[in-house]
Design a protein around this ligand. Structure first.
Ligand SMILES: Nc1nc2c(ncn2[C@@H]2O[C@H](COP(=O)(O)OP(=O)(O)OP(=O)(O)O)[C@@H](O)[C@H]2O)c(=O)[nH]1
Length: 374
């Protein structure tokens, strides 16, 4: 029963991806970090501005002692929020932006707790009562973030802690007002978790559609190019990498003989084979119709050729079954080159394209290698 539920949720949501970010790609994390940074900015600047604009209301409605202390707290909070908001322009990684969100909640929660401490019993009457609603406002504000369930839970707890501390200060956790607050904040937290995970799910879907080839699940051409550029820019000065260009042999004949559906199946199987043979640090994607490109990081001449040869053989030895029950063998030709310092991705692709042409010209189902390394 439980496994059925998990399976049905998985088909709609990829549950593991919503629970935690550990399987998300670096590129997606970077994109999401940008989303979080922009929302931290919007919240910090608007809370800072609204906090300052509320000062005249406090001065008009609170008694002198309270009004002075809370005005000071509002100015300190606005300063802290501005620092957090401005930092978001500089911080790029997901972890940095998670910390920023944590600091935002720390600042907001600290202000709420201080107001409760200063106001005491007065905080339960008139205009001052608004201060006791702040944790609920914070939880509602969190719904604008695309967070995993784990991140959303941690963020919710960071708010809850301040509410617990405020009730401990006021007279305990088992009082009626405390229990009502905990009940209400738990409901709001659940709604916020749902909203955050739905937002994350939408973002993941759109991201996958924009970056992956729907047939093979590999990177599409645009994403392949940007990931190869990234890998090259991150490479150490003495690091060599290989570019492999694959083209399935006589693929038109496969389509013509067995139909496009079987052709698609061959493409899917080929993509699986390539993926299974590469390391997590390598980059692979669909370059065009039946052409694929891979970038292997930190390899020498022998390793690059060996890997290409292994892939060529794996294709040869991996027939698929057609819907008519026949066994269909397919092969690939591969152009391989090893990078030298200063080689652009464009010049490397032109080189492997020429090498692939040579492999086709010399009979197909073969690897052609030339090093561009100095
Ligand atoms: N089934 C299927 N076929 C595709 C897809 N994309 C491209 N093709 C087909 O791939 C074939 C490529 O044919 P050609 O470029 O003539 O190459 P080839 O028949 O593989 O011959 P060589 O490359 O010279 O060995 C064309 O018939 C395209 O229609 C796809 O997504 N699915």
């Amino acid at each position: 029963m439980l496994s059925q539920l998990v399976h049905s949720l998985n088909t709609h949501f990829h549950l593991a991806d919503l629970i935690a970010a550990k399987n998300h790609s670096d590129d997606f994390n970077y994109t999401r970090a940008g989303y979080i940074a922009r929302r931290v900015r919007v919240l910090t600047f608007s809370f800072a501005l609204l906090g300052i604009l509320w000062i005249p209301v406090d001065l008009a409605t609170l008694s002198g002692d309270y009004a002075f202390s809370i005005t000071i707290a509002r100015v300190v909070l606005a300063g802290a929020l501005l620092v957090i908001g401005l930092s978001s322009f500089k911080l790029r990684s997901l972890n940095q932006n998670r910390v920023l969100l944590g600091l935002l909640l720390l600042a907001l929660g600290g202000f709420y707790f201080y107001a409760q401490w200063v106001l005491g019993e007065a905080g339960r009457q008139g205009f001052a009562m608004g201060y006791s609603f702040l944790p609920f406002v914070y939880i509602a504000a969190l719904t604008i973030f695309p967070l995993s369930l784990r991140e959303g839970f941690v963020a919710g707890v960071l708010v809850l802690v301040w509410l617990v501390l405020a009730h401990l200060m006021r007279g305990g956790l088992m009082t009626t007002p405390a229990l009502l607050d905990f009940w209400l904040i738990s409901l709001l937290m659940m709604i916020a978790l749902w909203a955050q995970a739905s937002y994350l799910n939408l973002l993941l879907r759109l991201y996958r559609q924009a970056t992956t080839d729907p047939l093979t699940g590999l990177f599409n051409r645009a994403m392949l190019m940007s990931n190869m550029e990234l890998a090259i820019s991150e490479a150490q000065p003495d690091e060599h990498f290989a570019i492999l260009m694959f083209d399935l042999d006589y693929f038109k004949r496969i389509n013509d003989t067995y139909g496009h559906m079987t052709g698609d199946e061959v493409l899917r199987e080929f993509a699986k084979l390539v993926k299974a043979h590469l390391r997590p640090t390598d980059v692979v994607g669909r370059y065009g119709g039946e052409e694929f490109v891979a970038l292997l990081r930190d390899v020498d001449e022998q390793q690059a050729q060996k890997m290409a040869e292994r892939l060529r053989q794996a294709c040869e030895l991996h027939p698929i079954k057609t819907p008519g029950g026949e066994t269909l063998n397919f092969t690939t030709s591969i152009g391989v080159t090893l990078s030298g310092p200063g080689n652009s991705i464009q010049s490397l692709l032109e080189k492997v394209d020429d090498l692939l042409y040579d492999a086709k010209h010399n009979g197909r189902n073969r690897v052609t290698f030339v090093s561009m390394a100095a």
